[in-house]
Write a protein that binds this ligand. Structure first.
Ligand SMILES: O=C(CO)[C@H](O)[C@H](O)COP(=O)(O)O
Length: 222
């Protein structure tokens, strides 16, 4: 069975009646959202906070009640995917371009479950290029500043034009040889004027659900 589907569905077992739930973005958490839709139809009482326009659309189609991010102070549980996870529970996120809203939602979540297939659990972060969201103004200058941190930033494109996030910004996919100190790099990136947010998530995950090729699921707790 598909590891993404296994992990996505397994995470939903932690959802309880009355919860405000952060709904992540991507093809793994898609399975969680689908399952939540089924449970809502059977009477589960939850409210979702979507992390992207695509997740908002999917949740609405499935009849999952939503609440706006602006109207809440805390989220009980967030379920989201990741592009890489290391044994310290540090993540690279943003492959789907939703990293800013995902980080904002994670930052007010009491608990966060990350759903991945086993290919994404890695000893060191950095094989996956780190997404960095930047304002459009002067992006060429921002690129030069980011490259001084030891990477090659590539402007993400879609249909031969720059990819634009739900927040109207661009994304650089940054190729580092290896990320040794995610905490330090997270801080240094966000200090560069023009950088809105980066895809390193540190201290923002407490449970990792890993769906495996042999159809088993590992649940890792911090
Ligand atoms: O961070 C994300 C979107 O911004 C996704 O969670 C991440 O890219 C993983 O996606 P998928 O589950 O499709 O592999």
């Amino acid at each position: 069975m598909d590891g993404k589907k296994l992990a996505g569905e397994k995470a939903v077992e932690s959802v309880k009646d009355g919860m405000i739930l952060g709904l992540g973005t991507g093809s793994t958490v898609y399975w969680s959202i689908l399952k939540l839709g089924e449970l809502v139809k059977k009477g589960l009482d939850i409210k979702g906070v979507p992390t992207s326009k695509s997740t908002e659309k999917l949740a609405k189609e499935l009849g999952i009640p939503l609440v706006s991010f602006s109207s809440i102070n805390q989220i009980d549980l967030t379920i989201d995917g990741a592009d890489e996870v290391n044994p310290n529970f540090e993540l690279i996120k943003g492959g789907g371009g939703a990293l800013l809203r995902e980080k904002m939602v994670a930052s007010i979540s009491k608990s966060s479950i990350i759903v991945i297939d086993e290919t994404k659990y890695v000893p060191n972060l950095g094989e996956f290029p780190l997404p960095v969201e930047i304002v459009q103004f002067g992006w060429e200058v921002t690129s030069k500043q980011i490259s001084t941190l030891g990477c090659k930033p590539e402007l993400r494109t879609k249909n031969n034009s720059p990819f634009v996030t739900d927040n109207g910004n661009y994304i650089f996919d940054c190729y580092f040889e290896k990320i040794d100190d995610a905490v330090k790099l997270n801080t240094r990136l966000n200090m560069i004027p023009g950088v809105v947010e980066n895809g390193l998530f540190v201290h923002l995950a407490d449970t990792i659900v890993v769906g495996k090729r042999d159809s088993s699921v590992d649940i890792l707790y911090k």
